[in-house]
Design a protein around this ligand. Structure first.
Ligand code: ADP
Ligand code: ADP
Ligand code: ZN
Length: 213
């Protein structure tokens, strides 16, 4: 399975990616996670990414396209992968197509997890992530067993710095302007599969499996 998962910020891409990765046994490649890891490691790229991420803007294409191409060239992507959060604009989509064609790779599907804007700010502002293992929770919709503590590994949960209301609103605007046109782009390629992301966690995953059959 060679898949992309797309959707507005907070739509549930990362949450469903965990299910998809396990079910199809493919690596989950999230550009947001890669940038956060680089920030944590304090690399030059991490520092650069930070300045864009904290404003809710896109990290420049030169940087982003490069790290995705490097990652897709690794051995574990040979038989499949799930790209999450990339591409996010037309230039990235075209660069990806060029890379895939050059390497004889064909995408099986582009999953669009569709959720209306009105639901999303609440999802982002309430999101909590494990500092250690990256597991994602929500203060209302997906509570950990113990407040502020990860069920998986017992580490503290934190709020992402870009999950404030103001930045969340800005990220939704960036999505509408730069990422939304990709839906048409992949529709024209005949590989776009839309699922309703405004349902229970399990139902969304059921729908994903159904459209991928
Ligand atoms: P994305 O990767 O698209 O930004 P996440 O998977 O991190 O989104 O989900 C954003 C927040 O919404 C998280 O706190 C997550 O627990 C919560 N969430 C995800 N899916 C659902 C759902 N179907 N219903 C309610 N909340 C959800
Ligand atoms: P969400 O889906 O909730 O917006 P992500 O983790 O996918 O969260 O992205 C967080 C931030 O990382 C984005 O707001 C952006 O600054 C940066 N980012 C992630 N993916 C890309 C990309 N493909 N191009 C440019 N910037 C990106
Ligand atoms: Zn954890």
């Amino acid at each position: 399975m060679k898949l992309l998962i797309t959707g507005r910020p907070g739509a549930g891409k990362g949450t469903q990616a965990v299910n998809i990765k396990e079910y199809y046994n493919i690596p989950h490649i999230s550009t947001g996670d890669m940038f956060r890891a680089a920030m944590k490691a304090g690399t030059k790229m991490g520092l650069l990414a930070k300045s864009y991420m904290e404003k809710g803007q896109l990290v420049p294409d030169e940087v982003t396209i490069g790290i995705v191409e490097d990652r897709l060239s690794e051995a574990d992507c040979k038989d499949g992968f799930l790209l999450d959060g990339f591409p996010r604009n037309l230039a990235q989509a075209e660069a990806l197509d060029k890379f895939l064609t050059k390497n004889g790779i064909k995408l099986d599907a582009v999953l669009d997890v569709n959720v209306e804007n009105s639901v999303l700010v609440r999802r982002m502002v309430g999101r909590r992530v494990c500092k250690n293992c990256g597991a994602t929770y929500h203060v209302e919709f997906n509570k950990p067993l113990k407040d502020g503590i990860c069920d998986n590994c017992g580490s503290p949960l934190v709020q992402r710095p870009d999950d404030t209301e103001a930045t969340a609103v800005n990220r939704l605007a960036v999505y509408d302007e730069q990422t939304a046109p990709l839906l048409d782009y992949y529709k024209k390629q005949g590989i776009l599969k839309t699922v309703n992301g405004d349902q229970s966690f399990d139902k969304v995953f059921e729908d994903i499996k159904a459209v991928l059959k």
